[in-house]
Design a protein around this ligand. Structure first.
Ligand SMILES: Cc1cc2nc3c(=O)[nH]c(=O)nc-3n(C[C@H](O)[C@H](O)[C@H](O)COP(=O)(O)OP(=O)(O)OC[C@H]3O[C@@H](n4cnc5c(N)ncnc54)[C@H](O)[C@@H]3O)c2cc1C
Length: 559
């Protein structure tokens, strides 16, 4: 991968103000990133702008599952589940470092009110899930004995436990998946910049959109970009951009944000070796309890949301609600609010037709909107199905681009490795061993580097070889977090991290995994970024303050 830094961004800003693009994508979450790769790979002259940072919206705050969605079978969304299961297998091949098959377990109790559903119905659902996955399945579901269930979760309540059901899905690192898609799109020629907001559209004499007004969020400078087709991929902000356009479709559909809160706790406090589905105490829902990057994530809630969308946070009542449910099933864990390392919230961009059903019942399918003045918008869907969403919207864009005599090559994304995913699973295992041995690194560190960056871990190794200090762990005395200093340099040089928060929240995921308020870690990381980005002392202090603000608004319990 080539350099993708603030310098690249400068060059891209110049291109944005000078050239005419076939496609301008607004929004750098999973949807926009997937579209950028699809379009660039089809040979379209593609630009993407993101107001904040890549994945700073919903796409860094999901449960991080690449899944068919067992629950959607209850709504008879068989087609949705089947295509998501196919994508699950494909993404495991295209990004084997980032999409990992993982066991999921549902406990079964004698007391029917402790079960999510009747065990026979759940088993039938898993049977169907296996069937829909077909040859793309990781492994078939099976029943676990009480002893086997407790081996996977020693703190699980044994009272009335009759066993459990185990099936397979996959987990990922959502923000890294976005960043690696962005980098791959850049490798294919896409012109991409973060910290650039769309503030309006420009129009031709016929009133058709022919570009956009943009603002560089770092300098406040405004400028215009010319694009034959603009494409809105702004998630829960979709309707804000649609409001700039003329002629909304008559079906009245709109985005209905639904808030989902997660908690991150240490693996010592909640000891699980697989992901668990734990019924919520009220409503027909469950919480996922998922081991992730040395910690355990628990979530999520699902409630209508109409407050500020930029920095949704978890409130104390939501934390209490989640902990009550988890303690009811893992009484030996005795989790308390003090055990919560971080709490974070995301907003689902659900599509509503105005009917007042619960957010849980609203379909997860995506919707494409086309305004009379030519803006294409896409919203809804899931992380898992981003590639298909990209295919569909780029197909629509290609049809519209024909009027400008622009032709596109066939879809290619089924064959393009994502980021450092250009290796098989076995080759990645071998790479872990080689890095550990040749660099004399703990195996956990090598494993973490390969899981996070795939074959690009070699570039982190090069950085460590060039400067011994870059081998040092960022977090001292915590074996669960083997992150090294070189990752911060890599984030700035090869992943367009422009702020301390970009590096700590969305390139590495330390903002989610650790209580980062300690001066030592923030100062160390700011110093590393300063060398790459030319920050003076004042800027370093400002970055640390900005990071602290983001941590307290977006990763701590607000109330
Ligand atoms: C709690 C929760 C759990 C979930 N779990 C899963 C899961 O396990 N698996 C799964 O498959 N899916 C999951 N999802 C769904 C999935 O996360 C979302 O569907 C997906 O992340 C939405 O991505 P997006 O790119 O459409 O939106 P976002 O990620 O929100 O991206 C939109 C981007 O547009 C930018 N933007 C907005 N306005 C402008 C502007 N004017 N100019 C420039 N940029 C702008 C924003 O800054 C933002 O970065 C979950 C969602 C939630 C909330």
């Amino acid at each position: 991968m080539s350099e993708f830094s603030w310098r690249t961004r400068q060059a891209h800003l110049a291109r944005l103000s000078e050239e005419t693009f076939n496609l301008l994508i607004i929004g750098g979450g999973i949807t926009g990133a997937g579209i950028a790769l699809d379009a660039a790979a089809r040979g379209l002259k593609t630009a993407l702008i993101e107001r904040r940072d890549f994945a700073a919206g919903t796409s860094s705050r999901s449960t991080k599952l690449i899944h068919g969605g067992l629950r959607y079978l209850e709504h008879f969304d068989f087609a949705l589940v089947r295509e998501a299961l196919r994508e699950r297998a494909l993404l495991h091949r295209l990004a084997p470092h980032l999409v990992e098959p993982f066991p999921f377990i549902v406990p079964i109790y004698q007391q029917s009110n402790r079960n999510y559903d009747h065990p026979l119905k759940m088993r039938a659902g898993m049977f169907l899930y296996d069937l829909l996955a077909g040859r793309h399945n990781f492994a078939r579901h099976r029943r676990l004995s009480v002893e086997e269930a407790l081996e996977h979760a020693p703190q699980l309540d044994p009272q009335g436990l009759q066993g459990a059901l185990l099936y397979y899905d996959a987990q990922t690192d959502d923000a890294r998946l976005v960043v690696e898609l962005i980098k791959t799109a850049h490798e294919r020629g896409a012109c991409i910049a973060n910290q650039v907001a769309l503030t309006g559209f420009t129009r031709d004499a016929q009133g058709q959109i022919n570009g956009a007004e943009l603002r560089d969020e770092l300098t406040g400078n405004s400028f215009a970009v010319k694009a034959l087709q603009c494409l809105n991929a702004t998630g829960v902000w979709t309707d804000e951009l649609r409001a700039f356009t003329a002629g909304q479709p008559a079906n009245g559909k709109h985005v209905r944000p639904s808030k989902g809160v997660h908690l991150t706790v240490s693996a010592e406090r909640l000891n699980v070796t697989a992901a668990w589905l734990i019924p919520a105490l009220t409503g027909h829902r469950f919480y996922f309890v998922v081991p992730w990057q040395g910690r355990v994530n628990i979530g999520t809630t699902d409630t209508d949301y109409d407050e500020g969308k930029d920095a949704p946070g978890a409130v104390a009542a939501e934390v209490t609600e989640i902990l009550h449910a988890i303690n009811a099933y893992f009484p030996a864990a005795e989790l308390e609010p003090a055990d919560v390392i971080t709490a974070w919230a995301g907003l689902r961009p659900l599509i509503s037709d105005g009917a007042s059903q619960s957010t849980t019942a609203v379909s997860r399918e995506e919707e494409i909107f086309e305004s009379a003045d030519g803006l294409l918008s896409i919203a809804g869907g899931k992380l898992t199905t981003y590639r298909l969403m990209a295919e569909r919207i780029v197909d629509r864009a290609v049809t519209r681009l024909r009027q400008h005599n622009v032709k596109a090559a066939p879809i290619e994304t089924e064959r393009i490795a994502i980021g450092g995913g250009n290796a098989t699973h076995d080759e990645l295992v071998e790479l872990v061993g080689r890095i550990a041995q040749e660099e004399r690194l703990p195996r956990a560190t090598a494993q973490h580097l390969v899981n996070s960056y795939g074959t690009e871990a070699k570039r982190i190794v090069e950085l460590m070889r060039s400067d011994e200090q870059l081998r040092e762990p960022l977090i001292k005395n915590d074996e669960a977090l083997p992150h090294v200093a070189a990752e911060i340099v890599y984030a700035a040089r090869y992943e367009m991290a422009l702020t301390l928060a970009d590096a700590l929240a969305r390139r590495t995921r330390l903002a989610m995994l650790a209580e980062l308020q300690s001066d030592a870690v923030l100062i160390r990381c700011a110093d590393l970024m300063a060398v790459e980005l030319g920050w003076n002392v004042t800027e370093r202090i400002r970055q640390i303050e900005l990071m602290r603000g983001e941590l307290s608004r977006e990763y701590a319990v607000t109330d």
